[in-house]
Write a protein that binds this ligand. Structure first.
Ligand code: SAM
Length: 264
């Protein structure tokens, strides 16, 4: 059951919180309720265009697992585009919100609470594609968890399946500092997003809302080449990395990288 915890808990030393399990304490009800204000579905839809739907259709994908459902944005877009979608997430709080968002748009989402590290224990059957979007993979704080997750994704895919996983461009933040001139494609206009602390092992972001409420997420700053290497090492044969949905880009420029990894 979703918790009704209102406040995030990072303790006395927030920048020491570098723990894969901690996402459960970060997506508290009050933050989840604000999340859609943060990601503003209409402007997100406009900036993503048809990238994901086109990429999935080009590969003939039909059965899709949304592994990081969050409040359901992609699950709803995919259902509306005609895909057969299963919506998973490790957070009961997020799934409850996703279900409610789906219902409001006339859909009954098939939700399953599952931590990626044990995905195949909870989610049965094989998929043509898995999407893990909205900078979610960044919640894993150690390499074993990342390898385990990618291996679970790999094994849940059909033989010619595809994993689409995105991440913030942490290389740019680590190497060149944070530029507030970037447009963060999935943020609502009224939410101020900024990194409060960045080092090679932690990117702690602050989200400030118009009602003066402030939340944080502690994330692992994934370098692009590192994620690609891990994907290759767990068996993905071909990995294409897009920058803000484009094939060609200057490394420091994009806000987000999107990896399209083929199992083959
Ligand atoms: N994909 C959604 C979006 O784009 O709006 C949500 C993104 S949100 C930043 C990250 C999501 O990943 C959260 O819903 C969180 O519960 C989920 N998550 C983080 N770590 C997880 C894990 N180990 N297993 C399953 N879900 C996890």
């Amino acid at each position: 059951m979703p918790s009704t915890v209102k406040h995030q808990e990072f303790g006395d030393a927030p920048t020491e919180v570098r723990d894969t399990e901690h996402y459960q304490h970060e997506y508290v009800k009050s933050f989840v309720d604000k999340w859609d204000e943060l990601i503003d579905w209409d402007s997100r839809k406009a900036s993503e265009g048809d990238f994901f739907i086109r990429t999935l259709k080009e590969r003939g994908a039909k059965r899709i697992l949304d592994a990081a459902t969050g409040t359901g944005f992609h699950s709803v877009q995919l259902v509306e585009a005609g895909f057969d979608v299963v919506s998973a997430d490790g957070s009961a709080e997020m799934l409850a919100k996703a279900f409610e968002n789906g219902r409001r748009r006339g859909h009954i989402l098939r939700t399953i609470q599952s931590d990626w590290r044990w995905l195949n224990r909870d989610v049965h059957g094989r998929f043509d594609a898995i999407v893990c979007l909205g900078n979610s993979f960044t919640h894993l704080f150690n390499e074993n968890d990342r390898r385990k997750t990618l291996a679970e994704f790999y094994s849940a895919l059909n033989h010619d399946g595809v994993l689409i996983l995105d991440q913030r461009n942490y290389d740019a933040i680590l190497d060149h500092g944070y530029s507030s001139t970037h447009t963060y494609y999935y943020c609502g206009d009224n939410v101020e997003v900024k990194p409060e602390h960045v080092d090679e092992g932690l990117a702690r972001f602050q989200y400030s809302f118009p009602d003066k409420s402030v939340f944080h997420l502690n994330m692992y700053p994934l370098r692009k080449a590192y994620v690609r290497r891990l994907m290759r090492e767990v068996g993905f044969q071909h990995i294409e990395t897009y920058g803000d949905f484009k094939e060609t880009y200057r490394e420091a420029e994009p806000d987000f990288f999107i990896h399209v990894a083929e199992k083959q």
